[in-house]
Design a protein around this ligand. Structure first.
Ligand SMILES: [Zn+2]
Length: 117
């Protein structure tokens, strides 16, 4: 059995059209979707349906988040162990004995309900 030059006609190792979609999951994780197609128009159609699906699933475009390139979610303690800031009062939170953080600020409505993990 020889492969006498008439092997296969696979030439699609490199798709001529590709697009990468960056999206944030509802939890805030950043995900990259890369779609490839041999035809630009077809690729665009798939891109549109992917975008629609992502939107329906609660994904958001990274640029839609207030234009801030970076910025951790407000209710997340800094990784270095320092106290997170209360987004309402702009004061450092206190470590809770149950783990996590809470804001000890009190106003007319009672204690601040802001908490962080
Ligand atoms: Zn507070």
């Amino acid at each position: 059995m020889t492969t006498n030059g008439t092997t296969s006609t696979v030439h699609h190792t490199e798709a001529p059209a590709s697009a990468t979609v960056k999206a944030l999951t509802p939890q805030g994780f950043e995900v990259l979707f890369t779609i490839r197609d041999t035809d630009a128009a077809q690729l665009f159609a798939r891109l549109q349906s992917l975008a629609g699906y992502l939107e329906k699933s609660g994904y958001t475009p990274p640029a839609a988040r207030g234009g801030k390139p970076k910025g951790p979610p407000p209710m997340q303690a800094p990784a270095d162990g320092s106290a997170p800031m209360c987004p309402t009062h702009q004061k450092p939170m206190k470590a809770s004995q149950y783990g996590g953080w809470y804001c000890s600020h009190k106003d007319d409505a009672g204690y601040c309900s802001q908490k962080a993990k």
